[in-house]
Design a protein around this ligand. Structure first.
Ligand code: NOJ
Length: 534
């Protein structure tokens, strides 16, 4: 998609690199595998790719623990492979965003190794958050903060000091008050921009700065006022980054992972001199319920208007429960703190709703994210043997939360049994086991099955690109029956979603462009969506 504002309307496909395609046969996805599948991505009709971290990493958290920000992990390839990939993706008309992990690095990063080798009080420790413990002998952590993965957010080192990590102990928090940390990341941005990266997805964008003194959160903290997130000082960092991105003749962009409880906090990250866009987690977490969905859409559009940023829409990512599963449950919301693993799921209903949700999200204004496997209708894999689980959440939660591996299982491409074309024949088994039942969900199988998920995504993405991206931004709601949401964009296009258990009438229209289920006697069946030309 040419033009300076491609990012305002782009359909961005999220590549979880470890699980997309394995080129070298070691059971882990890599750049060679991704390059071999670029024609698939072009034909799918997406505009851009977002790659989860590809930097050198011990993989304590799937690459979100970076040991060298300027090189590629050997699991994935080399820097030269990355440069070739960027050129090839661009040749296919695809923009490329990559993950940037500025909140923390790996405990194997040279900075942290130097910090550990230095004594307490040494400047080498100032790039991190080292502190004395509390209580007799300093045996208790310096404050009461908890890691997002469970357990205390502090780990003690041999000389008795503690260091802060809001995620795993292998992910020490960087101290963004340190000028050297800021300078380093500005240089890292330029390093990748100069190699053709079109933008960054910023990990934990709300978390970089901490309240001075690192005060306790207490027993009943206000989620909108936590000392480890959304510190006002973070915005200056993004203003500096924006100036760097804007310094390139073709626009380089940022999408923030901004998980915050209030829109007032969220929207500040999207001011015109800060990040270009951010993920819409309110929409991802929203129940599949018409009033809630309508309110979330209205709030999203209104909020983004305040700062002139494009709304975005996302149903799943590598941290969440796949929405085919979520929408088949009684409680269809997503909650980071309680993934409800193993809750009863109706897979037929979940799939039907996921098809409707695809048409809904792809019809809305702004940008949209498709997580790899969404287009295949993959469900959460809930029966990974416990001894195969890799997500640090499992250990950190003392085996109460299986974590995120169930949405990270390697993709099924072809064939009748694992590895389903994920790896070349004769390879090491995939790093997470694939369900045998995926035989009918491979790309190959869906290509010849017109009622499968893949053709729906292909048609919707193609129609979206050709007809929808230039439509007026604001959706206008149409009157309709209870439990049916219908909106138009401009005078020519409408999307209708039937959330009820009975067939629904469609508004007057010239033609039916696409439906998630076949119409029955001109009516929209239960739990289905339609795109109409008015
Ligand atoms: C958010 C990422 O999406 C997640 O996968 C990771 O574990 C944390 N940030 C920590 O980097």
């Amino acid at each position: 998609m040419p033009g300076q504002t491609w990012w305002r309307t782009a359909a961005i496909y999220q590549i979880y690199l470890r699980s997309f395609a394995d080129g070298n046969g070691d059971g882990v996805g890599d750049l060679a595998g991704l390059r071999s599948r670029l024609p698939y991505l072009r034909d799918l009709g997406v505009d851009a790719l977002w790659l989860t971290p590809w930097n050198v990493s011990p993989m304590a958290d799937g690459g979100y623990d970076v040991a060298d920000y300027r090189d590629i992990d050997p699991l994935f390839g080399t820097l030269a492979d990355a440069e070739d990939f960027l050129a090839e993706a661009h040749g296919f008309g695809l923009k490329v965003l990559v993950d940037l992990v500025p909140n923390h690095c790996s405990d194997q990063h040279p900075w942290f190794r130097a910090a550990l080798a230095a004594p307490p009080g040494d400047p080498a420790r100032d790039r991190f958050w080292f502190a004395e413990g509390r209580g007799p002998g300093g045996d208790s952590p310096p404050n009461d903060w908890r890691s997002y993965f469970g357990g205390p957010a502090w780990t003690r080192v041999a000389d008795g000091q503690w260091y802060l990590h809001m995620f795993a102990p292998q992910q020490p928090e960087l101290n963004w008050e340190h000028a050297g940390v800021r300078a380093e990341f500005e240089d890292v941005l330029r390093f990748w921009f100069d190699r053709g990266v079109d933008g960054f997805r910023i990990d934990v964008a709300h978390g970089l700065m901490k309240t001075p003194g690192l005060p306790d959160v207490g027993a009943d903290p206000d989620p909108a006022d936590l000392p480890y997130q959304d510190h006002a000082g973070v915005h200056e960092i993004y203003r500096a980054w924006r100036r760097i991105a804007d310094g390139y003749p073709d626009p380089r962009v940022f999408v923030g992972e901004v998980w915050l409880p209030t829109t007032a906090q969220f929207v500040r990250y999207l001011r015109p001199d800060e990040l270009h866009s951010a993920f819409n987690f309110d929409f991802l977490c929203c129940a599949w319920e018409p009033n809630a969905i309508r309110k979330t859409i209205d709030d999203t559009v209104a909020t983004h208007h305040l700062v002139g940023a494009p709304p975005t829409w996302v149903l799943s990512n590598h941290d969440t429960i796949r929405h085919v599963t979520r929408y088949g449950r009684e409680d269809t919301t997503f909650d980071l703190g309680n993934r409800r693993h193993g809750a009863f799921t109706d897979p037929v209903l979940g799939r039907r709703r996921a098809r409707a949700a695809a048409l809904l999200t792809l019809a809305l204004p702004g940008g949209v994210y498709v997580y790899q496997g969404d287009e295949l209708g993959l469900a959460e894999v809930e029966d990974i043997p416990l001894e195969r689980i890799q997500d640090p959440t499992w250990e950190r939660s003392e085996h109460t939360d299986r974590g995120r591996d169930g949405c990270r299982v390697p993709l099924p491409w072809s064939g009748a049994e694992p590895p389903f074309g994920f790896s070349p024949p004769g390879s090491t088994a995939p790093w997470l086991p694939q369900p045998r039942s995926w035989t009918t969900l491979t790309v190959e199988a869906q290509e010849t099955n017109p009622s499968s998920m893949l053709p729906l995504y292909r048609q919707a993405l193609t129609l979206r690109r050709e007809h929808l991206t230039n439509l007026p931004e604001d959706p206008t709601w149409l009157a309709g029956d209870d439990g049916v949401l219908a909106f138009r964009r401009g005078d020519t296009f409408a999307c209708v979603v039937n959330f009820t258990a009975t067939p629904a009438r469609l508004p007057d229209h010239e033609a039916v462009l696409l439906t998630s289920e076949p119409l029955t006697g001109g009516l929209l069946p239960p739990e289905a969506a339609a795109w109409l030309r008015l």
